[in-house]
Write a protein that binds this ligand. Structure first.
Ligand code: NAD
Length: 363
Protein backbone atom coordinates (compact mmCIF):
# COMPACT_ATOMS: atom_id res chain seq x y z
CA UNK A 1 0.00 0.00 0.00
CA UNK A 2 1.08 3.61 -0.43
CA UNK A 3 0.85 5.28 3.00
CA UNK A 4 1.11 9.04 3.42
CA UNK A 5 1.57 11.54 6.21
CA UNK A 6 1.33 15.33 6.04
CA UNK A 7 2.33 18.37 8.05
CA UNK A 8 -0.47 19.16 10.52
CA UNK A 9 -2.05 22.51 9.66
CA UNK A 10 -4.32 23.02 12.68
CA UNK A 11 -3.18 26.05 14.69
CA UNK A 12 -0.27 25.24 17.06
CA UNK A 13 -0.26 21.53 16.23
CA UNK A 14 3.33 20.26 16.11
CA UNK A 15 2.74 16.51 16.36
CA UNK A 16 2.96 14.30 13.27
CA UNK A 17 1.11 11.13 12.27
CA UNK A 18 4.20 9.01 11.54
CA UNK A 19 7.66 9.26 13.13
CA UNK A 20 10.69 8.26 11.05
CA UNK A 21 10.80 5.05 13.11
CA UNK A 22 7.19 4.27 12.13
CA UNK A 23 8.03 4.94 8.50
CA UNK A 24 10.91 2.49 8.84
CA UNK A 25 8.49 -0.22 10.09
CA UNK A 26 6.06 0.40 7.22
CA UNK A 27 8.77 0.32 4.56
CA UNK A 28 10.22 -2.85 6.13
CA UNK A 29 6.77 -4.39 5.56
CA UNK A 30 7.11 -3.53 1.87
CA UNK A 31 4.93 -0.40 1.78
CA UNK A 32 5.78 2.93 0.13
CA UNK A 33 5.51 5.92 2.47
CA UNK A 34 5.08 9.47 1.20
CA UNK A 35 5.95 12.25 3.65
CA UNK A 36 5.15 15.90 3.04
CA UNK A 37 8.33 17.94 3.29
CA UNK A 38 8.62 19.46 6.78
CA UNK A 39 5.94 17.14 8.28
CA UNK A 40 8.21 16.21 11.21
CA UNK A 41 9.84 19.61 11.79
CA UNK A 42 7.69 20.25 14.89
CA UNK A 43 9.24 17.26 16.67
CA UNK A 44 12.75 17.78 15.29
CA UNK A 45 12.38 14.98 12.71
CA UNK A 46 13.85 16.50 9.57
CA UNK A 47 13.21 15.28 6.04
CA UNK A 48 16.61 13.52 5.94
CA UNK A 49 15.55 11.25 8.83
CA UNK A 50 12.45 10.18 6.90
CA UNK A 51 14.49 9.55 3.75
CA UNK A 52 16.95 7.44 5.77
CA UNK A 53 13.95 5.45 7.08
CA UNK A 54 12.90 4.67 3.51
CA UNK A 55 10.25 7.39 3.17
CA UNK A 56 9.82 9.51 0.05
CA UNK A 57 9.65 13.26 0.61
CA UNK A 58 7.13 15.09 -1.54
CA UNK A 59 6.66 18.82 -1.89
CA UNK A 60 3.14 19.31 -0.57
CA UNK A 61 0.07 17.69 0.98
CA UNK A 62 -1.74 17.65 -2.37
CA UNK A 63 0.75 15.08 -3.73
CA UNK A 64 0.34 12.92 -0.62
CA UNK A 65 -3.47 12.97 -0.79
CA UNK A 66 -3.40 12.28 -4.56
CA UNK A 67 -1.23 9.15 -4.33
CA UNK A 68 -1.70 7.55 -0.88
CA UNK A 69 -4.16 4.74 -0.17
CA UNK A 70 -4.04 5.59 3.54
CA UNK A 71 -3.40 8.97 5.16
CA UNK A 72 -2.09 8.81 8.76
CA UNK A 73 -2.53 12.07 10.70
CA UNK A 74 -2.96 13.39 14.24
CA UNK A 75 -5.77 15.98 14.20
CA UNK A 76 -9.07 15.92 12.37
CA UNK A 77 -8.68 16.98 8.72
CA UNK A 78 -9.14 20.69 8.18
CA UNK A 79 -11.53 21.88 5.39
CA UNK A 80 -8.77 22.11 2.76
CA UNK A 81 -7.61 18.58 3.64
CA UNK A 82 -11.16 17.23 3.55
CA UNK A 83 -11.48 18.59 0.01
CA UNK A 84 -8.53 16.40 -1.06
CA UNK A 85 -9.91 13.09 0.29
CA UNK A 86 -10.97 10.55 -2.34
CA UNK A 87 -13.55 7.73 -2.42
CA UNK A 88 -12.01 4.53 -1.06
CA UNK A 89 -9.06 6.33 0.54
CA UNK A 90 -8.40 5.46 4.19
CA UNK A 91 -8.11 8.27 6.74
CA UNK A 92 -6.64 7.17 10.08
CA UNK A 93 -6.49 9.96 12.70
CA UNK A 94 -8.30 11.61 15.65
CA UNK A 95 -11.69 12.80 14.34
CA UNK A 96 -13.99 13.72 17.30
CA UNK A 97 -17.00 13.90 14.96
CA UNK A 98 -19.87 14.07 17.46
CA UNK A 99 -19.63 17.85 18.09
CA UNK A 100 -18.53 18.62 14.51
CA UNK A 101 -21.33 18.40 11.90
CA UNK A 102 -19.32 20.32 9.26
CA UNK A 103 -16.48 17.83 9.29
CA UNK A 104 -18.87 14.88 9.37
CA UNK A 105 -20.72 16.22 6.31
CA UNK A 106 -17.44 16.59 4.40
CA UNK A 107 -16.22 13.11 5.32
CA UNK A 108 -19.54 11.60 4.21
CA UNK A 109 -19.25 13.48 0.92
CA UNK A 110 -15.64 12.37 0.39
CA UNK A 111 -16.48 8.66 0.16
CA UNK A 112 -13.34 7.95 2.23
CA UNK A 113 -13.04 5.22 4.89
CA UNK A 114 -12.45 7.13 8.12
CA UNK A 115 -11.08 5.37 11.20
CA UNK A 116 -11.02 7.51 14.36
CA UNK A 117 -8.30 6.92 16.94
CA UNK A 118 -10.57 7.97 19.81
CA UNK A 119 -13.16 5.21 19.30
CA UNK A 120 -10.77 2.25 18.87
CA UNK A 121 -11.24 0.03 21.95
CA UNK A 122 -9.31 -2.65 23.82
CA UNK A 123 -10.28 -5.85 25.64
CA UNK A 124 -10.63 -4.08 29.02
CA UNK A 125 -13.22 -1.48 28.03
CA UNK A 126 -10.53 1.17 27.54
CA UNK A 127 -9.68 3.56 24.71
CA UNK A 128 -6.05 2.68 24.04
CA UNK A 129 -5.38 5.37 21.42
CA UNK A 130 -6.56 8.11 23.82
CA UNK A 131 -4.69 6.72 26.82
CA UNK A 132 -1.19 8.01 25.96
CA UNK A 133 -2.48 11.58 25.73
CA UNK A 134 -4.04 11.24 29.18
CA UNK A 135 -0.73 9.87 30.47
CA UNK A 136 1.07 12.88 29.01
CA UNK A 137 -1.48 15.38 30.39
CA UNK A 138 -1.44 13.75 33.84
CA UNK A 139 2.33 13.87 34.07
CA UNK A 140 2.44 17.41 32.68
CA UNK A 141 -0.17 18.65 35.14
CA UNK A 142 2.36 18.38 37.97
CA UNK A 143 5.02 20.25 35.97
CA UNK A 144 2.48 22.95 35.11
CA UNK A 145 1.26 23.11 38.71
CA UNK A 146 4.79 23.31 40.13
CA UNK A 147 5.60 26.22 37.81
CA UNK A 148 2.36 28.03 38.69
CA UNK A 149 3.15 27.63 42.40
CA UNK A 150 6.27 29.78 41.94
CA UNK A 151 5.92 33.29 43.36
CA UNK A 152 6.73 35.02 40.05
CA UNK A 153 3.82 33.15 38.44
CA UNK A 154 1.24 34.15 41.05
CA UNK A 155 1.64 31.05 43.21
CA UNK A 156 2.24 30.84 46.94
CA UNK A 157 5.95 30.13 46.57
CA UNK A 158 5.94 26.48 47.58
CA UNK A 159 8.29 23.75 46.32
CA UNK A 160 6.35 20.50 45.79
CA UNK A 161 8.88 18.26 47.50
CA UNK A 162 9.86 20.70 50.25
CA UNK A 163 13.47 20.34 51.49
CA UNK A 164 14.92 18.55 54.54
CA UNK A 165 13.35 20.26 57.54
CA UNK A 166 10.49 21.87 55.55
CA UNK A 167 7.21 20.10 54.84
CA UNK A 168 6.35 19.21 51.21
CA UNK A 169 3.38 20.72 49.38
CA UNK A 170 -0.06 19.11 49.63
CA UNK A 171 -1.34 17.87 46.28
CA UNK A 172 -4.99 16.86 45.89
CA UNK A 173 -5.78 14.82 42.75
CA UNK A 174 -9.51 14.57 41.96
CA UNK A 175 -10.14 11.49 39.81
CA UNK A 176 -7.80 8.49 39.92
CA UNK A 177 -8.07 7.30 36.30
CA UNK A 178 -5.30 7.57 33.71
CA UNK A 179 -4.68 11.32 34.19
CA UNK A 180 -4.97 11.17 37.98
CA UNK A 181 -2.74 8.11 38.34
CA UNK A 182 0.00 9.67 36.24
CA UNK A 183 -0.29 12.99 38.08
CA UNK A 184 -0.06 11.22 41.44
CA UNK A 185 2.97 9.22 40.27
CA UNK A 186 4.83 12.42 39.36
CA UNK A 187 3.81 14.29 42.51
CA UNK A 188 4.70 11.39 44.79
CA UNK A 189 7.98 10.94 42.94
CA UNK A 190 8.86 14.56 43.73
CA UNK A 191 8.13 13.95 47.40
CA UNK A 192 4.84 15.86 47.64
CA UNK A 193 2.12 14.93 50.17
CA UNK A 194 -0.44 13.41 47.74
CA UNK A 195 -4.12 12.55 48.24
CA UNK A 196 -6.15 11.00 45.40
CA UNK A 197 -9.96 11.19 45.46
CA UNK A 198 -12.18 8.92 43.41
CA UNK A 199 -15.71 7.61 43.79
CA UNK A 200 -15.00 4.15 42.40
CA UNK A 201 -14.07 1.62 45.11
CA UNK A 202 -12.22 -0.48 42.52
CA UNK A 203 -10.12 2.49 41.43
CA UNK A 204 -9.36 3.42 45.06
CA UNK A 205 -8.33 -0.14 45.82
CA UNK A 206 -6.02 -0.30 42.77
CA UNK A 207 -4.43 3.01 43.72
CA UNK A 208 -4.00 1.89 47.32
CA UNK A 209 -2.21 -1.29 46.25
CA UNK A 210 0.06 0.58 43.84
CA UNK A 211 1.01 3.59 45.95
CA UNK A 212 1.01 1.96 49.41
CA UNK A 213 2.26 4.75 51.73
CA UNK A 214 3.47 7.07 48.93
CA UNK A 215 -0.02 8.54 48.40
CA UNK A 216 -3.29 8.56 50.36
CA UNK A 217 -6.61 7.60 48.80
CA UNK A 218 -9.93 9.07 49.84
CA UNK A 219 -13.52 8.48 48.76
CA UNK A 220 -14.80 11.42 46.72
CA UNK A 221 -17.83 12.96 48.42
CA UNK A 222 -18.66 16.63 49.07
CA UNK A 223 -17.19 16.77 52.57
CA UNK A 224 -13.94 14.95 51.80
CA UNK A 225 -13.45 16.92 48.62
CA UNK A 226 -14.02 20.29 50.32
CA UNK A 227 -11.56 19.45 53.10
CA UNK A 228 -8.90 18.19 50.70
CA UNK A 229 -9.21 21.20 48.39
CA UNK A 230 -9.09 23.68 51.30
CA UNK A 231 -5.83 22.17 52.59
CA UNK A 232 -4.14 21.78 49.20
CA UNK A 233 -1.35 23.80 47.63
CA UNK A 234 -2.08 22.18 44.26
CA UNK A 235 -5.34 20.61 43.06
CA UNK A 236 -5.46 18.51 39.87
CA UNK A 237 -8.89 18.11 38.22
CA UNK A 238 -8.83 14.71 36.47
CA UNK A 239 -12.40 13.39 36.51
CA UNK A 240 -14.27 11.92 33.59
CA UNK A 241 -17.84 10.76 33.26
CA UNK A 242 -17.81 9.10 29.83
CA UNK A 243 -20.00 10.86 27.31
CA UNK A 244 -20.94 13.69 29.69
CA UNK A 245 -19.66 17.13 30.59
CA UNK A 246 -17.32 17.13 33.60
CA UNK A 247 -19.15 17.67 36.93
CA UNK A 248 -18.34 21.01 38.62
CA UNK A 249 -16.80 19.56 41.77
CA UNK A 250 -15.03 22.69 43.03
CA UNK A 251 -17.44 25.61 43.32
CA UNK A 252 -16.55 29.32 43.22
CA UNK A 253 -17.52 29.39 46.91
CA UNK A 254 -14.87 26.76 47.76
CA UNK A 255 -12.07 28.97 46.40
CA UNK A 256 -12.65 31.29 49.36
CA UNK A 257 -11.68 28.45 51.72
CA UNK A 258 -8.40 27.79 49.88
CA UNK A 259 -4.94 29.21 50.67
CA UNK A 260 -4.10 32.33 48.64
CA UNK A 261 -1.68 31.45 45.84
CA UNK A 262 -2.78 27.80 45.71
CA UNK A 263 -3.06 26.38 42.18
CA UNK A 264 -5.85 24.58 40.33
CA UNK A 265 -4.90 22.59 37.20
CA UNK A 266 -8.08 21.59 35.37
CA UNK A 267 -7.06 18.77 33.03
CA UNK A 268 -10.75 17.96 32.47
CA UNK A 269 -11.20 21.35 30.78
CA UNK A 270 -11.61 19.59 27.40
CA UNK A 271 -14.90 18.22 28.81
CA UNK A 272 -15.92 21.62 30.17
CA UNK A 273 -13.77 21.55 33.31
CA UNK A 274 -14.45 20.30 36.85
CA UNK A 275 -13.98 23.64 38.63
CA UNK A 276 -16.81 26.19 38.39
CA UNK A 277 -14.33 29.01 37.75
CA UNK A 278 -12.45 27.25 34.90
CA UNK A 279 -12.35 28.50 31.37
CA UNK A 280 -10.06 27.21 28.58
CA UNK A 281 -6.63 28.83 28.24
CA UNK A 282 -3.77 28.40 25.77
CA UNK A 283 -0.09 27.50 26.07
CA UNK A 284 0.72 31.11 25.15
CA UNK A 285 -1.22 32.42 28.18
CA UNK A 286 -1.96 29.37 30.34
CA UNK A 287 -3.01 30.84 33.71
CA UNK A 288 -5.35 33.38 35.28
CA UNK A 289 -6.25 34.21 38.88
CA UNK A 290 -9.68 34.11 40.57
CA UNK A 291 -9.96 35.04 44.27
CA UNK A 292 -6.18 34.66 44.66
CA UNK A 293 -6.22 31.10 43.25
CA UNK A 294 -4.12 30.46 40.13
CA UNK A 295 -6.00 28.51 37.42
CA UNK A 296 -4.24 26.53 34.65
CA UNK A 297 -6.80 25.26 32.10
CA UNK A 298 -5.04 24.39 28.83
CA UNK A 299 -7.28 22.16 26.72
CA UNK A 300 -4.52 20.58 24.58
CA UNK A 301 -1.76 19.99 27.12
CA UNK A 302 0.01 17.21 25.11
CA UNK A 303 0.67 19.73 22.31
CA UNK A 304 3.32 21.43 24.48
CA UNK A 305 5.41 18.27 24.51
CA UNK A 306 4.84 17.41 20.87
CA UNK A 307 7.83 15.12 20.57
CA UNK A 308 6.96 12.92 23.56
CA UNK A 309 3.29 12.97 22.56
CA UNK A 310 4.02 11.98 18.96
CA UNK A 311 6.16 9.03 20.01
CA UNK A 312 3.58 7.94 22.62
CA UNK A 313 0.82 8.16 20.02
CA UNK A 314 2.80 6.27 17.35
CA UNK A 315 3.46 3.45 19.83
CA UNK A 316 -0.26 2.69 19.90
CA UNK A 317 -1.38 3.75 16.40
CA UNK A 318 1.35 2.04 14.37
CA UNK A 319 0.40 -1.62 15.04
CA UNK A 320 -3.08 -0.95 13.58
CA UNK A 321 -1.64 1.09 10.69
CA UNK A 322 0.64 -1.82 9.83
CA UNK A 323 -2.24 -4.31 9.86
CA UNK A 324 -4.42 -2.04 7.71
CA UNK A 325 -1.57 -1.59 5.22
CA UNK A 326 -0.68 -5.31 5.24
CA UNK A 327 -4.19 -6.76 5.03
CA UNK A 328 -6.28 -3.93 3.54
CA UNK A 329 -8.79 -2.17 5.79
CA UNK A 330 -11.66 -4.63 5.27
CA UNK A 331 -9.63 -7.66 6.31
CA UNK A 332 -7.91 -5.77 9.16
CA UNK A 333 -11.25 -4.63 10.61
CA UNK A 334 -12.85 -8.03 10.14
CA UNK A 335 -9.97 -9.62 12.07
CA UNK A 336 -10.07 -7.14 14.97
CA UNK A 337 -13.38 -6.00 16.47
CA UNK A 338 -11.56 -3.35 18.55
CA UNK A 339 -10.20 -1.72 15.41
CA UNK A 340 -13.66 -2.07 13.84
CA UNK A 341 -14.94 0.12 16.71
CA UNK A 342 -12.77 2.88 15.19
CA UNK A 343 -14.69 2.96 11.91
CA UNK A 344 -16.70 6.20 11.92
CA UNK A 345 -17.45 6.90 8.25
CA UNK A 346 -17.49 4.54 5.27
CA UNK A 347 -18.80 4.80 1.74
CA UNK A 348 -20.73 8.02 2.36
CA UNK A 349 -22.33 6.85 5.63
CA UNK A 350 -21.70 7.38 9.34
CA UNK A 351 -21.01 3.92 10.79
CA UNK A 352 -20.52 4.86 14.44
CA UNK A 353 -23.75 4.91 16.40
CA UNK A 354 -22.89 7.63 18.96
CA UNK A 355 -21.80 10.03 16.20
CA UNK A 356 -24.90 9.33 14.10
CA UNK A 357 -27.16 9.82 17.13
CA UNK A 358 -25.39 13.01 18.22
CA UNK A 359 -25.85 14.49 14.75
CA UNK A 360 -29.25 12.93 14.05
CA UNK A 361 -27.98 11.03 11.00
CA UNK A 362 -28.88 7.56 9.68
CA UNK A 363 -26.24 4.86 10.26
P1 NAD B 1 -10.45 8.13 33.19
O1 NAD B 1 -11.78 7.63 32.78
O2 NAD B 1 -9.27 7.23 33.09
O3 NAD B 1 -10.52 8.61 34.73
C1 NAD B 1 -11.54 9.42 35.23
C2 NAD B 1 -11.73 9.09 36.70
O4 NAD B 1 -12.63 10.06 37.24
C3 NAD B 1 -12.35 7.71 36.95
O5 NAD B 1 -11.49 6.94 37.79
C4 NAD B 1 -13.67 8.04 37.66
O6 NAD B 1 -14.04 7.08 38.65
C5 NAD B 1 -13.34 9.38 38.28
N1 NAD B 1 -14.49 10.19 38.69
C6 NAD B 1 -15.67 10.38 38.07
N2 NAD B 1 -16.45 11.18 38.82
C7 NAD B 1 -15.74 11.50 39.94
C8 NAD B 1 -16.00 12.28 41.09
N3 NAD B 1 -17.18 12.89 41.26
N4 NAD B 1 -15.02 12.40 42.01
C9 NAD B 1 -13.83 11.79 41.86
N5 NAD B 1 -13.54 11.02 40.79
C10 NAD B 1 -14.49 10.88 39.86
O7 NAD B 1 -10.20 9.48 32.37
P2 NAD B 1 -8.78 10.16 32.05
O8 NAD B 1 -8.20 9.54 30.83
O9 NAD B 1 -7.98 10.16 33.30
O10 NAD B 1 -9.23 11.63 31.65
C11 NAD B 1 -9.60 12.61 32.62
C12 NAD B 1 -9.95 13.91 31.90
O11 NAD B 1 -8.78 14.48 31.33
C13 NAD B 1 -10.92 13.74 30.73
O12 NAD B 1 -11.84 14.80 30.73
C14 NAD B 1 -10.03 13.82 29.52
O13 NAD B 1 -10.73 14.23 28.35
C15 NAD B 1 -9.08 14.89 30.01
N6 NAD B 1 -7.84 15.07 29.22
C16 NAD B 1 -7.46 16.36 29.01
C17 NAD B 1 -6.29 16.65 28.33
C18 NAD B 1 -5.86 18.08 28.18
O14 NAD B 1 -4.97 18.36 27.37
N7 NAD B 1 -6.42 19.01 28.93
C19 NAD B 1 -5.52 15.61 27.80
C20 NAD B 1 -5.92 14.28 28.03
C21 NAD B 1 -7.10 14.02 28.75
Amino acid sequence: MIVGTVREIKNHEYRVGLTPESVHELTAHGHRVLVESGAGEGIGAHDALYTRAGGEIVADAREVFAAAGMIVKVKEPQPEERAMLRPGQILYTYLHLAPDPGQTRDLIASGATCIAYETVTDGHGGLPLLKPMSQVAGRMSIQAGATALEKANGGRGVLLGGVPGVLPAKVCVIGGGVVGFNAAQMAAGLGADVTILDRSPEVLERLGIYFEARAKTRFSNRANLAECVAEADLVIGAVLIPGAAAPKLVSAEMLKMMKKGAVLVDVAIDQGGCFETSHPTTHADPTYVVDGIVHYCVANMPGAVARTSTYALNNVTLPHALRIADLGWKEALRADSHLLDGLNVWDGKVTYRAVAEALDLPH
